[in-house]
Design a protein around this ligand. Structure first.
Ligand code: FPP
Length: 254
């Protein structure tokens, strides 16, 4: 039996899943390498993103199987507007189409969908499809799937600062009341625990403005796999790495 199947068995037979917090509650993933995957095959970059949607589906299914409660996927950053218009439009189309085609699966699997990031720069039809799926899945509880779209960690922090400043200005909030808990409540991820496990695929060792505040104490894993090839075994392998980490939060080693 391989290591992976051992991990898989232990995760699925209940020795970890619901016990002792061994499986991360929240996993965040930078879905990188779509362009390289397509270019290597002589395909247009958008084909890599399209294949990436299949990997999203596999990963969501795997998280449901493993009892992961929150999954956050980086699909479009505040910097991705700098890409060719054709690619930007292609990513907008894929988001809309995926929300439409997956709604039934979200409902059947008790998945709550949230989109984090800015809405003011998205086309009205994209915003409408986001709002419809968020509304229809709002009471689902098995897995919360957060798609980060027109999302940047710094942008999110600046928006939170503006919100806090305006509350202070209006007299609704005292400066002394501002602490980490209040700040976190002003972020797009309000109410969602910080990710314990951060995965960026495709051998790129950067955070790239993803969940800047929330990943302070995340365990970071950088598998080589390009996102379109990402499988449940890759996820299990990252979880295995997480399980071996000693999480100290500033305390001395035990
Ligand atoms: C980064 O790879 C990937 C993106 C900017 C987009 C990710 C989008 C998807 C997986 C599809 C849409 C997702 C949903 C949820 C609808 P890259 O293009 O930077 O790859 P490269 O580094 O190889 O060029």
């Amino acid at each position: 039996m391989t290591n992976l199947s051992l991990i898989h068995d232990s995760l699925t037979d209940g020795r970890y899943g619901k016990m002792g917090g061994q499986v991360p509650t929240h996993i965040a993933i930078v879905m990188d390498g779509n362009g390289r995957w397509a270019t290597q095959r002589g395909m247009p970059r958008i084909m890599g993103h399209q294949k990436g949607v299949d990997a999203v589906r596999r990963t969501v299914e795997a998280c449901i199987d493993l009892g992961i409660r929150y999954l956050t996927l980086y699909a479009f950053s505040t910097e991705n507007w700098r890409r060719p218009l054709e690619e930007v439009n292609g990513l907008m189309f894929l988001l809309k189409r995926t929300l439409k085609t997956e709604l039934k699966t979200f409902e059947e699997n008790n998945v709550c969908l949230k989109v984090i990031g800015r809405r003011d720069r998205l086309a009205p039809d994209v915003v409408a499809s986001i709002e419809q799926v968020e509304h229809q899945t709002a009471s689902n509880t098995a897995l919360t799937l957060q798609i980060a779209f027109d999302y940047g960690g710094r942008d999110e922090i600046v928006r939170a600062v503006r919100q806090i400043a305006s509350r202070v200005k209006s007299g609704d909030l005292a400066i002394d009341e501002i602490d980490e808990t209040l700040f976190a409540q002003c972020l797009d991820t309000a109410g969602v625990p910080d990710p314990e496990l951060f995965i960026r695929v495709s051998s790129v060792l950067r955070i790239s403005n993803f969940l800047t505040w929330q990943t302070t104490y995340s365990e970071l894993v950088f598998p080589e796999t390009y996102w379109p090839d990402f499988t449940k075994d890759d996820l299990l392998s990252a979880i295995h790495h997480f399980q071996k980490c000693e999480r100290r939060f500033g305390r001395a080693a035990s």
